[in-house]
Design a protein around this ligand. Structure first.
Ligand SMILES: NC(=O)c1ccc[n+]([C@@H]2O[C@H](COP(=O)([O-])OP(=O)(O)OC[C@H]3O[C@@H](n4cnc5c(N)ncnc54)[C@H](O)[C@@H]3O)[C@@H](O)[C@H]2O)c1
Length: 258
């Protein structure tokens, strides 16, 4: 019997880590609902999930009405939700002086409010299943950050507080809540970050290798490694894990580079 047979998994972010987790859950027998804001990215996700039990929807996770309608449409198809993974996010650059309020609101609503909104609307459906697991994808930058990532780092740090607050309250309903904090993982977002470093049109491979060298393990992580951690947090094996953040960072945050 497959590990997630009979389970219903809801995932935000239809590329990179979100798509990797969605494909993993589907391969392991779950019925999966995934969403993303970008039509072209969603089309690629539909292609990647062809033949599997995955439904891809266009949703802006920063918009409460769209999140409510999406989760509502899932409620019409199924009796509940067992797994919720929030991986949708944007990475932007700016400091206190250069980040304006529109930039700030866009990042906070996409990266942080979305984690609350999906949880809020999915919660009754998780209770209906007798419990479940929520995993929010944070970042090492929620612990310790580079220059010029004010809004992003704030959104990711706040996820750690959200996890604690949710986990304490949700324990009575047998719902566990955790986050993961990846270091550099090879995804479209990381490739975008590398492109920002080298400039438009220039090759990014050397920069990605440099990112990798910043991690004591000496390389960037993979989507498969990240899916394995999400798998653990969404399975019975992690039944006593709730209210925590799990780093998957090749020892990046353990290291003081002096
Ligand atoms: N890749 C890394 O190195 C890394 C490191 C630390 C944390 N993370 C986190 O991992 C998560 C997944 O990122 P990824 O690396 O897979 O990047 P990604 O860009 O492939 O995935 C993010 C997805 O979110 C979608 N998205 C953005 N705004 C949205 C919105 N308003 N509504 C719906 N979808 C929206 C994007 O279209 C994209 O498909 C993010 O939370 C990111 O912050 C990634």
């Amino acid at each position: 019997m497959k590990k997630f047979a009979g389970k219903v998994a809801v995932v935000t972010g239809s590329s990179g880590i979100g798509l990797g987790a969605a494909l993993h859950f589907a391969r392991e027998g779950a019925k999966v609902f995934i969403c993303g804001i970008d039509e072209d990215i969603n089309k690629k996700a539909i292609k990647a999930g062809a033949g599997m039990n995955i439904k891809v929807s266009k949703v802006d996770v920063s918009d409460p009405a769209q999140v409510e309608a999406w989760i509502g449409s899932i409620a019409l198809e199924d009796t509940g939700i067992d797994i919720l993974v929030n991986a949708a996010a944007i990475q932007t650059y700016g400091d206190t002086e250069t980040t304006d309020i529109n930039h700030w609101n866009r990042v906070i609503s996409t990266n942080l409010n979305s984690c609350f909104l999906t949880s809020h609307f999915a919660y009754p459906l998780m209770k209906a299943r007798g419990g479940g697991s929520i995993v929010h994808v944070s970042s090492v930058q929620g612990h310790s950050n580079q220059h010029n990532v004010l809004a992003y780092a704030t959104s990711k740090g706040a996820i750690h507080a959200l996890v604690r607050a949710q986990a304490v309250d949700a324990a009575k309903d047998n719902i566990r809540v955790n986050s993961i904090s990846p270091g550099s993982i090879r995804t479209p977002l990381l490739e975008y970050a590398a492109q920002v470093v080298v400039g438009e049109g220039n090759p990014i491979e050397d920069t990605i290798a440099e990112f990798g060298k910043c991690h004591p393990i000496g390389r960037v992580g993979t989507i498969e490694e990240t899916s394995a951690l999400i798998d653990f947090l969404c399975s019975e094996t992690s039944g006593f894990c709730s209210g925590s953040d799990f780093k998957i960072d090749g020892a990046l945050l353990a290291y003081i580079g002096v």
